[in-house]
Ligand binder design. Structure first.
Ligand code: HXC
Length: 517
């Protein structure tokens, strides 16, 4: 006996009603405004036909104030699991057409159930955030719901990658779920994220500001450093997500998706020699160096527009996935400051927890001098970098291109800080401080007393540089593995990566270290 038709018809009707969210007219109105619906967004992420929705028939708890007769389709969030580029992915997408995408008890439970599933099966989580925040009618039930989401964000942290896409409002405490995830992608123009909005700020402090100044994608990408990527629109956000995932393992017990090239291309790259400026004080554009080392020049930069004195991002070197950390001497002379330290420490820790080898390119004159830096706690922030590198047990390959001075030399993963292989170019200057500064401190009186002080100082600087800064001096003391021609860098890094991929390093068992946060 076939299933009675009425059952099938009811299922079809219920599905259609739930999928329409707050109604086809509202969905259409969004599309007319150039905005995607919650389901359109998931459609951009998953391979067509692979998304299995969970909790389509969910609805809110009907006993809440003024809501007794209302239905909220899916409780304002679409959740489920599907395939993206051949891999399993869990995702949720808040539906702004239903009660402003607000988070109530069932909404939170759907997201929590999804995260627990991702934890069990070891798949990444992606969340489209588009919500008015805690559902006011549900009172402390929605507050509790947020607490449960945050708790699970932390539970899965370091086990599976978590990516937040902010594509609408993300206000108040609600911003903390994206903030607890690994990467935030914000959509330009249609999204904002803040703890206290302009009205609250003005009421509390008298300060006037605009939403753009405090909560826009641009503000977070360039000033606060809260986000990692800016997308032009929702489809672009999904594209960035998939690109990012192409470098990440699905979980912390898997290797990243390496695709080793065989045989290795070990040919020299003479163009690299031409990149090095003849004067040490002239900037070396680090993007040009990265582009010649990584496959096809394909580099997914993270936090491109914040703390631009350091560059971090993902790439492949002859097929091996790597995290690149590199000083940019074209910005603030490549010094390390508070923001650069925070940016790189976080990136290093992400790579370490997901088994991604680190390639560090050093061209650093030191930590940035300044009252603001000292009073802002550069000691604490700089220590994060030292901590992150020393604690990382993934393969660590360091190339010293030019300056590598003082504490910043150590903070850029020197051998003493646990680098497995350290190459230096002949232009490398490894020293406790720059030759000019050292000579001024050590020979102030002698220079002043000389017949020609300028010449005396220049001679001393040249002698100091030769005797104390030369890479051959460091090589003599086994501080570096080898001095290489810039042209040999690509091949040397590729070989070092292959030779360190099987690295196993055990540390004393402990709950966790106490990174100076
Ligand atoms: C219930 C909400 C809601 C909310 C919006 N809606 N936010 N319903 N709870 N938090 C509903 C509206 O009533 C409206 O319903 C629909 O969603 C669309 O909202 P509009 O205001 O018409 O849209 P828009 O003009 O685009 O403005 C969007 C908005 C605004 C900026 C997000 O709605 C807003 O300011 N909402 C309140 C934000 C807020 O204060 N949230 C609570 C924060 S407290 P109808 O039926 O008319 O379509 C919080 C604590 C969390 O989040 C703590 C966690 C630690």
């Amino acid at each position: 006996m076939p299933i009675p038709k009425a059952f099938l018809e009811e299922l079809k009707k219920r599905r259609a009603t739930a999928q329409a969210g707050a109604g086809e007219d509202k969905l259409e109105a969004r599309r007319k405004k150039g905005l995607m619906t919650a389901r359109d967004r998931l459609g951009e992420l998953f391979t067509a036909g692979t998304f299995q929705e969970w909790g389509l028939h969910a609805d809110h708890d009907c006993h809440h104030f003024g809501m007794e007769s209302k239905s909220l389709a899916g409780d304002a969030v679409v959740t489920g699991v599907g395939m993206a580029d051949g891999r399993v992915l869990a995702a949720f997408s808040q539906d702004f057409t239903v009660a402003g995408g607000s988070l109530g008890r069932i909404h939170a439970k759907k997201i929590c159930d999804l995260m627990e599933y991702a934890l069990k099966v070891g798949c990444p989580i992606v969340g489209f955030n588009d919500s008015g925040g805690a559902r006011i009618q549900e009172g402390d039930d929605s507050l509790s719901g947020y607490g449960q989401v945050f708790f699970r964000n932390v539970l899965v942290s370091g086990v599976v990658p978590q990516i937040a896409i902010v594509c609408g409002p993300c206000a108040g405490g609600a911003a903390y779920s994206p903030a607890l995830m690994d990467f935030i992608i914000m959509v330009k123009g249609t999204s904002n994220m803040f703890i206290c909005g302009p009205e609250v700020i003005q009421a509390a402090t008298g300060q006037k500001c605009t939403m753009d100044e405090i909560g826009s994608a641009t503000a977070h990408a360039t000033v606060s450093g809260n986000i990692h990527f800016v997308a032009e629109n929702d489809a672009h956000a999904a594209q960035i997500t998939r690109k990012l995932l192409s470098y990440l393992p699905s979980n912390n017990v898997m290797d990243p998706p390496h695709s080793p090239v065989t045989p290795l291309d070990l040919s020299p790259d003479p163009g690299m020699n031409d990149l090095v400026p003849s004067q040490a004080k002239d900037p070396l554009d680090i993007y040009k160096v990265i582009a010649r080392i990584v496959d096809g020049g394909d580099f997914l930069e993270v936090q491109r527009d914040w703390a631009r004195n350091i560059v971090v991002g993902f790439a492949r070197v002859q097929g091996i996935v790597v995290g690149v950390i590199a000083n940019q001497s074209a910005v603030k002379a490549g010094t390390l400051d508070i923001d650069a330290s925070d940016k790189s420490a976080r990136f290093i820790r992400f790579c370490n927890v997901f088994n991604i080898p680190l390639v560090t390119l050093v061209d650093v004159p030191g930590f940035l001098p300044g009252v603001q830096q000292e009073r802002g706690g550069i000691i604490r922030h700089g220590a994060k970098m030292l901590f992150a590198y020393a604690a990382a047990t993934v393969p660590k390959i360091t190339v010293i291109l030019r300056k590598a001075y003082g504490g910043a030399y150590l903070a850029m993963c020197s051998a003493d800080m646990g680098a497995d292989v350290v190459y230096a170019w002949p232009t490398a200057e490894i020293a406790v401080m720059g030759a000019e500064g050292a000579v001024k401190i050590l020979y102030k009186r002698e220079i002043a007393a000389a017949a020609d002080p300028k010449k005396a100082e220049a001679d001393l600087v040249a002698e100091y540089r030769d005797r104390f800064c030369s890479p051959y001096e460091a090589a003599k003391k086994a501080m570096i593995t080898d001095v290489i021609e810039p042209a040999e860098t690509r091949a040397a890094v590729a070989l070092a990566l292959r030779a360190t991929l099987t690295k196993r390093e055990t540390r004393p068992p402990k709950k966790h270290g106490t990174i100076p946060l």
